[in-house]
Write a protein that binds this ligand. Structure first.
Ligand code: ATP
Length: 248
């Protein structure tokens, strides 16, 4: 247990369909004000870990069968996603998930649904989102389904920001995007972290990018954390270099 821990995942096991053991005792900590990367190859269990935290496994016949998940010291395993949002934790799912028939701005506004602090405050945050994502300001009247993959990823992150989160769980933000856009999105994540104090847990297969922007990394293999450490140390680790950064 850490003093600055916001999110603490302790030794969780996840089983799908009552039989398939996918997480075999995963523990990780997301400190306040940090960017934490959850790394690993296809099928290692990154998405499952994020869904376990946000209590999104039921619809996939998945279940946390062991271990604990705490946010600010409080057990959150029984909270539904919108209760979790009210406590400051929001997930941006893999594959963006915009409402394709709504405009970019309408999508952003749907992110404010749990708020009770009034129109002016929401409007102010919309401007804040547009300041971080100038492309979204340009595209605000476009139907989201017709915007590019990168713009949809930005819309998904912007929508999450509209809930005024303390922590964002970001699933594979680089997926399907050109390298330059990936850098742009990670750069914005970094400035949100530094300027707004948002903490991030980012699931990523792109180890190279994630370890350049994160403070701390965890590496998952077959449902277990096999290594973790400060991002700068992981970048220099010979095994990480060989197996995840592609340089022996
Ligand atoms: P990816 O980047 O491909 O999403 P990941 O590290 O996020 O990989 P998960 O999606 O968490 O991995 O999947 C971990 C394992 O759980 C995989 O072997 C996958 O086949 C299995 N799995 C995922 N969802 C289900 C499900 N609904 N039912 C059964 N098995 C599942």
């Amino acid at each position: 247990s850490h003093d600055d821990a916001l999110l603490e995942v302790s030794n969780i096991e996840v089983i799908y369909n009552h039989v398939i053991l996918v997480l075999k005792g995963v523990s990780l900590t997301v400190p306040k004000g940090g960017i934490t990367a959850l790394l690993g190859g296809n099928g290692a269990g990154k998405t499952t870990t994020l869904k376990a935290i946000s209590n999104l496994l039921h619809s996939e016949r998945g279940e946390v069968t062991k271990g604990q998940i705490r946010y600010r010291g409080e057990r959150v395993a029984e909270l539904n996603p919108s209760e979790l949002v009210k406590r400051g934790v929001i997930q941006v799912m893999e594959g963006r998930h915009c409402f394709e028939h709504l405009t970019v701005e309408e999508n952003l506004l749907t992110g404010a649904y749990t708020r009770t602090d009034g129109r002016a405050a929401v409007q102010k945050d919309l401007e804040m989102v547009y300041d971080y994502f100038p492309r979204l300001r340009e595209r605000r009247r476009s139907q989201a389904g017709y915007t590019s993959g990168g713009e949809q990823q930005m819309t998904a992150i912007g929508r999450a920001l509209m809930s005024r989160p303390e922590t964002i769980l970001l699933d594979e933000p680089s997926m399907g995007l050109a390298p330059q856009l990936v850098e742009e999105i990670f750069g914005i994540v970094k400035s949100l972290n530094e300027n707004e104090g948002v903490s991030f847990l980012i699931a990523e297969q792109n180890t190279n990018v994630a370890l350049r922007y994160a403070h701390h990394g965890y590496i998952l293999e077959s449902g277990r954390v096999v290594m973790d450490g400060p991002a700068a140390e992981l970048r220099e680790n010979p095994d990480v270099k060989e197996f995840y950064l592609g340089m022996a």
